[in-house]
Write a protein that binds this ligand. Sequence first.
Ligand SMILES: Nc1ncnc2c1ncn2[C@@H]1O[C@H](COP(=O)(O)OP(=O)(O)OP(=O)(O)O)[C@@H](O)[C@H]1O
Ligand SMILES: [Mg+2]
Length: 259
Amino acid sequence: METIIKLENISYKYEDEYVLRDISFDVKKGEKIVLLGINGSGKSTLLKIINGLIFQQKGNYYYKNTLITKKLLKKKDFVKQFRKEVVFLFQNPDTMIFNPTVYDEIAFGLRQLQIDDIDERVKHWAEKLGVYKYLDTPPFNLSGGEKQKVCLASLLALEPEVILMDEPTSNLDPRSTGWFIDFLYELDITTIITTHNLSLSLELGERGLVLSEDHRLIYDGNLKEFLNDIEKLKEANLVHIHKHRHGKIEHRHYHTHDF
Ligand SMILES: Nc1ncnc2c1ncn2[C@@H]1O[C@H](COP(=O)(O)OP(=O)(O)OP(=O)(O)O)[C@@H](O)[C@H]1O
Ligand SMILES: [Mg+2]
């Protein structure tokens, strides 16, 4: 399969300190990747670089063999195509929503890009995401999970090639999470997803990328193998210790469960 994304020795700092250090990996078309790492390890920052929202101080990022630079993303034709092909579902849906109705929200990107069959696409994706009945509703009136589905509809309506999702299940209840897993499974798009939920992560993709607390890529490979490797989990600080009881016996050991 052809490589769609290539990161070569990427380092990034907001201020003095690097929050990504020397990150390199390739993504093949159609891959579903799960990006793990503790709070502050750099996951959202990495997705923002891949989305061309911020630019690394060191290293190179190639999308479809094209070096992505600030200058290139100022070129109208390129940026239009890139924004259609690479989309980003933010951690907090409120930062994405600003239109008067759900219909306008889903149509917004399509109108920006002057796509022909807007009405058809809006209705199709609203139906698929289960928000059709809200098309005339102000998105602000929806619940967190419903808002996330509206955001997802607005991105998928662009028929992107890559979707970056930052904690997409954080607002979803168990039933919606189950629905999301099935939905993602059917979706034939290159995906990079972040999550803190280790038990859920296996349902989201086969390949895991793991960032350490000091912002390096410490694992790139089979996600299941990573989750079964206690030493690797400790290195990533993705296990925790706490007391608990089995009958009358109280003891402490490592846990990977999610809370
Ligand atoms: N705009 C910013 N200005 C300065 N520092 C920032 C900015 N955004 C993030 N940081 C810092 O960069 C580091 C990485 O942040 P990032 O949001 O990428 O982490 P994350 O892995 O997504 O964390 P979380 O799991 O909490 O979402 C953190 O230490 C954070 O405080
Ligand atoms: Mg984040």
